[in-house]
Design a protein around this ligand. Structure first.
Ligand SMILES: [Zn+2]
Length: 444
């Protein structure tokens, strides 16, 4: 598919010229270990300030694009960057969004290079925590605006870019929502989260919802030597002791059955079958906090991360989970008397864009032109997002939103995270071409 106009080809040529600079900026950004300071298990005081360093780096590039630049924080040290390229008027406005916090890197020994923040370029990729998720996307958006300026393009509508903190813990009040409240809004937002698989640079109009909860089951401790007598009601049974871990597994099994049921009943054409489920990611049970197996365990707690169907919401999913635990408990005499307690820790509503929203065909056109003649050539493909993201908060503010970005969610949060340079460039071209298509060109 040839480029529609001279303007498009000029902009694409600018991006090819800017490629070394774009790659170097992604490397610089990855080398700032901007680990989310509120991530569980991290030291806030040690980490706070690094997101701000990335924000200032991104803000320099917004300035190169001729944007009005604003670096601001809700929490000191946790600066967001915003840049607005004012349109000449009359066009639709567009917001480009990406987050600059990253998750912890895990054990450096599990990284091939031994350095999770190397930012090295190897095999046509940039390596490091935060490369795929999602500094490559943030910088591809920023350089799209630089290329527009260098090509002498004046848009009709406003192009606004934000690079935000707090996404990895849902702290949108400090990040995306703070930018919305400060007026960085538009007719549509595009979030640069990594959107492979199933293909690089998939177009993502929908995300699941997320819940985090813990369920705790109490037991009744006794000497380990009485295991047999407590297990079998024909001897002493629960009168003498109840091992909480055994009862916790009844809850585990019940939730496992719910997950199996979802694989059959909760289907969506933009997600693989069996996508939605309940992950028991943490389990801890012991006799009153002493980790030795010489007593019956007094309590067990299982922590779950739930990814649920986009057509459901947090309230109805919570209800279904509580109901499932209740039904399982009704079948067990001990649990009937000592019902498991559920603590809800995080709620994140799913996101859905209307199928007929005009940004979808515009993004498809831009993508297909951007990848034309490259190794990524092919028709645009729509797909659901693996997890949740800031789309939910744009939705809450009434701003339609779509997700599209370089990188692969399978590499995000993993050792040896990396992003292909070809994808960064293609994404950058798509962002520039979409801005032209969506915002329109100013009258000459
Ligand atoms: Zn992300």
């Amino acid at each position: 598919m040839p480029f529609d106009s001279t303007t498009d080809s000029l902009v694409v040529a600018e991006i090819d010229r800017l490629a070394p600079e774009l790659v170097a900026s992604v490397q610089r950004a990855v080398r700032i270990a901007s680990i989310e300071p509120k991530y569980p298990g991290q030291s806030y005081d040690e980490l706070v300030g690094r997101e701000g360093d990335v924000a200032r780096l991104v803000a320099e590039i917004y300035a190169e694009a001729g944007a009005e630049v604003d670096v601001f924080a809700v929490e000191p040290g946790r600066e967001n960057a915003a840049g607005r390229v004012r349109g000449a008027g009359g066009g639709r406005s567009l917001v480009y969004n990406g987050h600059i916090d990253v998750v912890p890197a895990g054990d450096p020994a599990t990284w091939t290079s031994g350095d999770p923040f190397s930012g090295e370029e190897r095999e046509g990729r940039i390596w490091g925590r935060g490369s795929t998720d999602m500094k490559a996307g943030v910088l591809a958006q920023a350089y799209a605006a630089v290329a527009l300026r260098r090509a002498g393009v004046r848009l009709a509508g406003d192009l606004t870019m934000v690079a935000v903190v707090g996404e990895e813990v849902g702290d949108h009040e400090a990040g995306t929502t703070a930018t919305i409240r400060r007026g960085y809004v538009g007719d549509v937002a595009v979030i640069a989260e990594p959107t492979a698989p199933p293909v690089p640079l998939a177009i993502v109009p929908v995300t699941p919802g997320l819940l985090w909860f813990s369920v705790t089951v109490r037991g009744k401790t006794a000497h380990a030597g009485l295991r047999g007598e407590t297990r079998h009601a024909t001897i002493y049974g629960a009168e003498l002791g109840v091992n909480a871990i055994d009862k916790g597994f009844l809850v585990y099994q019940a939730l496992n059955r719910l997950e199996e049921e979802w694989a059959e009943t909760k289907r969506h054409r933009l997600f693989p079958n069996g996508k939605f489920g309940l992950l028991p990611g943490v389990i801890h049970g012991s006799p009153w906090g002493i980790d030795v197996p010489f007593f019956l365990s007094e309590s067990v707690t299982i922590e779950y991360c739930v990814m649920f169907h986009p057509d459901d919401d947090c309230a109805q999913t919570k209800h279904a989970i509580e109901r499932q635990v209740e039904l399982a408990s009704a079948l067990d005499p001990w649990l009937r008397e000592h019902p498991p307690s559920i603590a809800w820790k995080l709620e994140w509503e799913p996101y859905r864009l209307a199928d007929d929203h005009a940004v979808l065909p515009a993004l498809e056109r831009a993508h297909e032109r951007a990848v034309h003649g490259t190794t990524l050539a092919g028709p645009a493909r729509r797909h659901g997002f693996a997890g949740v993201c800031d789309a939910t908060w744009y939705d809450a503010a009434g701003i339609p939103c779509v997700i599209y970005g370089p990188g692969d969610i399978r590499l995000a949060h993993a050792a040896d995270e990396h992003v292909a340079i070809a994808e960064i460039l293609a994404a950058c071209k798509t962002y520039a071409l979409l801005a032209i298509d969506w915002c329109g060109l100013a009258d000459a």
